[in-house]
Design a protein. Structure first.
Length: 79
């Protein structure tokens, strides 16, 4: 994936486990807002916050829309 310049990301519904069977794929440098748009165009507009497991300083850390994601990150959106 690194040679292709893409990253695999996983969405996690609040209060539930992550489903690693179906990742979302974005170009390297993709942000939380980019992932929200990839899931549903309205999600990037209606999301109130997001939490990230993986590349964040600590698991479940709240991050801004502009946060740049890394391969394998798990993102939980709050609407």
């Amino acid at each position: 994936f690194e040679m292709l310049g893409i990253i695999r990301l996983y969405a996690k519904p609040p209060g539930r486990e992550v489903d690693r069977a179906a990742p979302f794929v974005l170009k390297r440098g993709g942000t939380v807002a980019d992932l929200a748009r990839a899931i549903h165009r309205d999600l990037s507009r209606t999301m109130k916050s997001a939490r990230v497991w993986g590349s964040a300083r600590f698991d479940g850390q709240p991050v801004p829309r502009e946060y740049v994601l890394s391969d394998g990150d798990v993102v939980e959106f709050r609407t």
